[in-house]
Ligand binder design. Sequence first.
Ligand SMILES: Nc1ncnc2c1ncn2[C@@H]1O[C@H](COP(=O)(O)OP(=O)(O)OP(=O)(O)O)[C@@H](O)[C@H]1O
Ligand SMILES: [Mg+2]
Length: 256
Amino acid sequence: MNVVIETKGLKKTYGKKSSAFHALKGIDLKIYEGESVAIVGKSGSGKSTLMHLLALLDTPTSGKVYIDGKNTTDMSNKQLNSLRSDRFGFVFQQFFMNPNDTVYENVMLPLKIAKTKYSERRKKVENALKIVDLSSKAKNKATDLSGGQKQRVCIARAIVNNPEIIFADEPTGNLDSATGDKITDLLFDLNHNHGVTLVLVTHDEDLAKLCNRIIRIADGKIIDDYAVKKSEQTSAEKRHEKVAAEVKAKNEEKKK
Ligand SMILES: Nc1ncnc2c1ncn2[C@@H]1O[C@H](COP(=O)(O)OP(=O)(O)OP(=O)(O)O)[C@@H](O)[C@H]1O
Ligand SMILES: [Mg+2]
């Protein structure tokens, strides 16, 4: 299998001198094409920091990130931007949408950045909105959507340019379990059926176990990195059953 991302001795320190905080203390890892990788760990352990470095959205204090064997520290901003816009998709909660733009405009943004031909844009946006089941909201302003719908716009924006790698930081955080489940299905469908490499950060152990591999970090270091055994893997069916039971219980509670 091809290695798509490799890091060597990756460190990130925030702040300086007495206020310096070592968020990552030397991360060495390889991510292979077509894998689904969950990065798990306690709050503050460095998951988002690692994700930002892997996705080339931030630069390390020391160490290197290689994409397809190419050292990204040698690349110009222009090269980095085009690498990101051509090959990566992001589902990050801090990447807010432009609230006054329509859903359509928000989803189109990556195509604008990637300078996709005008003639191809509409079809791509419509297709992405269809996948997340939001075609009917294309003309609505992003502010007028529910939380789960906003999250789905973020997914549409992440997939609109057919990325090879999707980075998702807590993609189902803040969502009710049924909507979260829809988003999970979507991401794993892209992984299973379209060869998209999936790197996700999650607190949800069941979600992590849907991945082939779990990387556990604590205190800025990898403390565990293992393949999820088939027998331990949460099947989509099992997850659906669990979610359905939760929804039913909630509905019954409402009735009381
Ligand atoms: N810009 C920053 N300046 C200073 N410290 C920071 C900065 N960003 C993150 N940190 C610190 O680095 C550590 C790792 O942060 P990070 O966001 O990677 O954690 P996380 O594992 O994603 O946590 P969570 O699960 O809560 O999202 C934390 O202790 C955090 O306070
Ligand atoms: Mg985080």
